[in-house]
Design a protein around this ligand. Structure first.
Ligand code: 5RP
Ligand code: CO
Length: 230
């Protein structure tokens, strides 16, 4: 795997009246993936994007669509996001009803599967399903809204999951992206990377940061030569 950290800008912070343009712009600015936050007004107290919007955005970029499902129950809607063009589907273990089966069904559909640990969730949630994960995401804010502040206690969890992934790979298991989502800016990004993250989600820091989208993305990678936002 490349040492370069992947940047997955969250379109939650984009202009919802111009999402296609936003996806084209972050693609051109060097995003590695496009993070799409799906909220149902039930698992989290906010409503956002459904499968028809994901399908409508699909022609606007060839980059992987990184779909973060904050919906409960999860299982019934997974096929709709697969059909809409998701490349990664990441689910919350407590959204239910059957985490193991949900991850199996995502992978059986040819899509990469991930789990998300909320700030209050124990790191042990990873253990029973690590074989089925292509991505593990640590939420560094409580899910539901963009623009919140990074919760520093999650750095310890990032490091603990890094150790679990490294041990898993050493046993011959598949490599797994370690993603962080929430309150990621150039300062917190540095701490996340030091703790072992390999993929960073950022909404506010990309769409509302100090520089151009390309400069904001470069700043998250720690590439200060190409950034005005660091
Ligand atoms: O999943 C999310 C919220 O539930 C978002 O991906 C996340 O909050 C990104 O926004 P920001 O970078 O502004 O914190
Ligand atoms: Co998200």
């Amino acid at each position: 795997m490349s040492n370069k950290v992947l940047i997955s800008p969250s379109i939650l912070s984009a202009d919802f009246a111009a999402l296609g343009q936003a996806v084209r712009d972050i693609d051109a600015a060097g995003a590695d993936m496009i993070h799409i936050d799906v909220m149902d007004g039930h698992y989290v107290p906010n409503l956002t994007i459904g499968p028809d919007v994901v399908k409508a955005l699909r022609p606007h970029s060839d980059k992987p669509f990184d779909v973060h499902l904050m919906i409960s129950p999860t299982e019934l809607l997974v096929p709709l996001f697969v059909a809409a063009g998701a490349d990664y589907i990441t689910v919350h273990p407590d959204a239910g009803p059957h985490l193991h089966r949900t991850l199996q069904s995502i992978r059986a559909a040819g899509v990469k599967a991930g789990i998300v640990l909320n700030p209050g969730a124990p790191v042990e949630q990873v253990d029973p399903v690590i074989d089925l994960c292509d991505q593990i995401m640590i939420m560094s804010v409580n899910p539901g809204y963009g623009g919140q502040s990074f919760i520093p206690s999650q750095l310890e969890k990032i490091a603990a999951v890094r150790a679990k992934i490294d041990a898993h790979v050493a046993r011959g298991g598949q490599d797994i992206l370690l993603q962080v989502d929430g309150g990621v800016n150039p300062v917190t990004a540095k701490a996340c990377i030091a703790a072992g993250a390999t993929s960073l989600v950022a909404g506010s820091a990309v769409f509302k940061g100090a520089g151009t989208y390309a400069e904001n993305i470069a700043a998250l990678r720690g590439d200060t030569a190409n950034s005005k936002a660091a």
